[in-house]
Design a protein around this ligand. Structure first.
Ligand SMILES: [Zn+2]
Length: 285
């Protein structure tokens, strides 16, 4: 009680009865109110009782703000958790930013030719790699015929990838290159189909090597059309990490602003306390 005496001022015009506590109650998650103080015996006079109750709630509010500077206060603990999480996200961003360049074997410059695309009844794409024939086609979707054109995915009809990969490439890299070539051939066939539909010229002078070019940035194989899936995944990861970092920074700003607001309201709270005490004194005189 005496702690607050120094905040007493000359009585000022009394404000109408307004709920005081919600003004300083933290809206932040994890808010733990201080334990209730022992309440003095309720006064018989309802006016005195109401003022005593008011004084109690202002004192609690002031104490809560003053406590927020302590390292074990809920506010400081939330800030500490946010800081730790931010540090680890930033470490992840640093680790993800420098990403290792891969050195991978390429494919031989076997010519790709005999490109032929028919569109009726559904797109059918054929080409040869060396002497091997390849074919992709869309399924005939009878339900859609005559009503609306729905472009589906091409499906492999004649596709044999294994013989395209030199014997010198083996093990895990061979399996990885097989999977890459499967996707890159699909991109190539889809590009041929789209060019035919849009009346554009088909590519010339293409070789097998063009289906597994090294990405200039990371060294991984690019799909036909220049897309590097590794760079794409990496960019997505970095974007997600940066979004998480922004979210954490926003949370921390909100916490700090909320507390700043409460600290700025301290003089008002102290004035309210002084007014309440002065009123109580007057009633008791
Ligand atoms: Zn790349």
């Amino acid at each position: 009680m005496s702690f607050f005496k120094r905040f007493r001022k000359q009585p000022e015009p009394v404000e109408p009865e307004t709920p005081v506590a919600p003004v300083v109650t933290s809206k932040a998650k994890g808010f733990v109110p201080p334990p209730p103080r022992p309440t003095p015996p309720a006064s018989a006079d309802p006016k005195v009782a109401s003022l005593e109750q008011r004084r109690q709630s202002i004192e609690n509010a002031i104490e809560l703000v003053q406590r927020s500077a302590d390292s074990d206060s809920p506010f400081q603990q939330r800030i500490a958790i946010l800081n730790t999480t931010l540090d680890s996200i930033e470490a992840e961003i640093r680790a993800a930013t420098s990403f290792e360049r891969r050195e991978l074997p390429g494919l031989p410059s076997t010519p790709i030719g005999d490109i032929s695309v028919t569109l009726d009844p559904v797109p059918d794409v054929r080409f040869s790699i060396g002497s091997m024939p390849f074919e992709y086609a869309e399924e005939i979707d009878w339900a859609e015929r005559g009503t609306q054109i729905v472009r589906g995915d091409l499906l492999p009809v004649t596709v044999d990838i294994e013989p395209l990969i030199p014997e010198s490439i083996s093990g895990a890299i061979r399996a990885e290159l097989t999977a890459h070539l499967d996707r890159s051939l699909f991109s190539f066939a889809t590009d041929l189909r789209d060019r035919a539909i849009e009346g554009r010229e088909q590519p010339t002078g293409v070789t097998l090597a063009d289906l597994a070019k090294a990405c200039t940035r990371c060294g991984d194989w690019e799909l036909w059309g220049g897309v590097c899936l590794r760079c794409l995944a990496h960019e997505t990861r970095l974007r997600e990490l940066n979004e998480e970092r922004t979210r954490l920074l926003d949370d921390r700003s909100s916490e700090l602003e909320e507390r700043q607001k409460q600290v700025e309201e301290l003089p008002i709270q102290r004035r309210r306390l002084a007014e309440t005490n002065a009123e109580l004194q007057k009633l008791r005189a």
